[in-house]
Design a binder for this molecule. Structure first.
Ligand SMILES: Nc1ncnc2c1ncn2[C@@H]1O[C@H](COP(=O)(O)OP(=O)(O)O)[C@@H](O)[C@H]1O
Ligand SMILES: [Mg+2]
Length: 436
């Protein structure tokens, strides 16, 4: 059978569909491709260095290159499977090289998956195979692609390690790890067991117990951007205006591949509606109730809402279907307090009786402990400076860290956030509201 003749021409935008089809014919290359479709197509669109081979109006081959100064890179050589071994690959390469030369390129390199359709053509066109090179790559965490969109939303990628930095709180950590983090980091496994990845959670508990820290720690574990929505900063004079601003804030998230959206003190916008026709909070609560189901439709999104007052949330807000889990973040128990003290004592952990501090800081939240630890260290530092009275530090001075007494007096000077009344109420809230 005589094959009809092929010829080369410039790549046009209309060729896109056929080009992708040809590329897809080589599954192998597809799995290991170095340059993603979007990058190759961007280069094809941008320059004079994309050439296709056609038979009639059928596209049978394509080569794309890009010039960087005197260096040119072949990004793609693809051939329709029926049209291999006919010299089309070499012809495409020769044409692309000619165009690269015209742009000042003197050295052409190609980086193709091993065994890709184009490797034969390269070998036939005088390219030297180099098996002494190793290819390295690094991919930014998802969501960073659009750094501008993220910055516009006031979002950021948080550092690694925030999860490990959460001291104690073993019970909370275990629940959040199992229910929230693992289904999102192990989606295939979760799917096999029929576990739906969580889309929205509420963290509730007294102030300073670590709700914000946990939300950030989850974003850090997932490698997702963290965006905090501040209802008070949504510019609006009226409740309708606020509802619109809220809707726009949610719509802006569409630009991100993945995101953990955090709303602190959510009772401010989802507080119980009074039932009065003119209740100013009404429209906003309704708007948020409508936005959550839409938010839930997207993958790689997690809404985390925090509240100190779960009992003042609107009942409709808490109904199943909107939030997957309603998780209590409680006051630290003695073990957790010991871990938190140890974390903040750092250098002088050996010289201080942590057990005494734990006993003396019973109604303390992690935030209170952080504050008292700082105060204790500051007290010791000031004493040292006073005693030294202007003398410069010598190595002998370095052996006097803060003592147990320094910390005990700092504790005595710190007003605990918690009260027995709050702890009782929290226990009631756990019974009434928590959903794990
Ligand atoms: N488990 C913890 N270990 C160490 N420090 C903690 C822990 N939980 C909270 N903190 C510290 O306490 C402070 C208050 O925590 P935060 O997350 O803002 O509490 P909340 O959001 O519940 O009010 C933060 O400075 C945080 O670093
Ligand atoms: Mg907080």
């Amino acid at each position: 059978m005589v094959m009809p003749a092929w010829h080369l021409r410039d790549y046009h935008d209309d060729d896109l569909d056929q080009a992708i089809q040809i590329w897809d014919q080589s599954r192998l290359a597809d799995e290991h491709r170095v340059f993603p479709v979007s990058e190759v197509m961007a280069a094809a669109k941008a320059g004079q260095t994309a050439v296709v081979a056609v038979v009639g109006d059928q596209l049978v081959g394509m080569a794309v290159a890009q010039a960087f100064g005197r260096r040119g890179w072949i990004l793609l050589v693809a051939l329709a499977s029926r049209w291999r071994e006919r010299g089309i690959g070499s012809a495409l390469l020769a044409e692309v090289e000619r165009r690269l030369r015209a742009l000042g390129v003197r050295h052409v390199s190609a980086l193709l998956p091993a065994g890709a359709a184009g490797t034969k053509a390269l070998e036939n066109s005088g390219y030297r195979f180099r098996d002494d090179l190793t290819y390295y790559e690094k991919t930014e965490p998802p969501g960073t692609a659009d750094a501008d969109a993220l910055a516009a939303l006031g979002g950021r990628i948080l550092p690694d390690g925030l999860w490990d930095a959460m001291a104690g709180m073993e019970r909370e950590k275990e629940i959040i790890e199992r229910r929230v983090v693992l289904p999102l980091t192990e989606p295939t496994l979760a799917d096999r067991y029929g576990v739906a990845p969580p889309k929205a959670i509420i963290l509730f508990g007294p102030p300073g117990t670590g709700k914000t820290s946990f939300a950030k720690a989850v974003a850090s574990r997932l490698g997702w951007p963290f965006v905090e929505l501040f209802p008070s900063r949504l510019a609006a004079d009226t409740s309708e205006g606020l509802a619109v601003a809220l809707r726009e804030a949610f719509a802006d998230l569409a630009e991100l591949d993945s995101v953990l959206l955090f709303i602190d003190e959510v009772e401010e916008i989802a507080g119980a509606r009074s039932g009065k026709a003119v209740d100013p909070g009404h429209g906003v609560t309704n708007e948020l109730l409508k936005l959550i189901p839409v938010f839930r439709e997207h993958d790689a999104r997690l809404l985390a809402c925090a509240t100190n007052s779960v009992r003042s949330l609107d009942a409709a807000f808490l109904r199943p279907g909107r939030f997957d889990y309603v998780i209590p973040i409680g006051p630290p128990n003695p073990t957790a307090r010991a871990a938190i003290w140890a974390r903040y004592l750092r250098t002088c952990a050996d010289s201080v009786d942590v057990g005494q501090l734990v006993g003396a800081s019973e109604l303390f939240t992690p935030a209170d402990i952080e504050f008292a630890a700082r105060k204790g260290a500051q007290g010791a530092f000031e004493r040292e400076v006073t005693q030294r009275q202007g003398r410069a530090a010598t190595t002998e001075d370095s052996g006097r860290p803060a003592t147990t007494e320094d910390y005990l007096s700092a504790i005595a000077d710190t007003r605990p956030t918690l009260s027995t009344r709050m702890i009782e109420e929290f226990a009631e809230d756990i019974d009434t509201y928590s959903r794990l």
